[in-house]
Design a protein. Structure first.
Length: 162
């Protein structure tokens, strides 16, 4: 019986690689929020038929996915420098970096909203959406949001990506 308890305790004590690298606090939550926004963007993209609009949205999606790696590296670096196990955002430079990364997660979600709106326009136009699908400019709002995400994630003064 003691061996079973010990084994159970050992299993429960194991932590995922995310827990080890990102912790359970604000840096993990920030990374997860950004990842969910990127995942949602790609879910929306799956519903856009093959067209110039989809091509433009796919480019934005690839750029967001590249930013995800950078956000993860930045959050891991901040967790190593300013460990967090709770909900309190650190002060000083780390707090400013948290604010930039948090804003980037919000903008990633807004890119997903813009992709959703482009998808809706493509499906509900008077011509059955053909004009909207043929116009890659329909992805302009998503493009603007992604450009802002990239600027925030790669802003000077951010911890270097590993």
């Amino acid at each position: 019986m003691a061996a079973v308890r010990r084994r159970l305790r050992d299993v429960l004590a194991r932590r995922s690689p995310d827990d080890l690298e990102l912790g359970q606090g604000v840096w993990r939550r920030l990374h997860d929020r950004f990842r969910r926004a990127v995942d949602r963007y790609h879910q929306v993209l799956e519903g856009v038929p093959a067209s110039p609009l989809r091509d433009a949205l796919e480019v934005c999606g690839a750029r967001l996915a590249a930013c995800l790696d950078e956000v993860r590296a930045a959050c891991a670096a901040e967790q190593a420098a300013h460990p967090s196990g709770g909900l309190e955002v650190p002060g000083g430079e780390a707090g400013q970096h948290h604010a930039r990364l948090s804003r980037s997660a919000t903008l990633a979600a807004q890119a997903g909203e813009a992709a959703t709106m482009a998808r809706v326009r493509a499906r509900s136009g008077p011509d059955g959406g053909a004009a909207a699908l043929a116009d890659p400019g329909g992805a302009a709002a998503a493009e603007r949001a992604v450009a802002q995400v990239e600027a925030l994630v790669r802003e000077p003064g951010s911890p270097p990506a590993r």
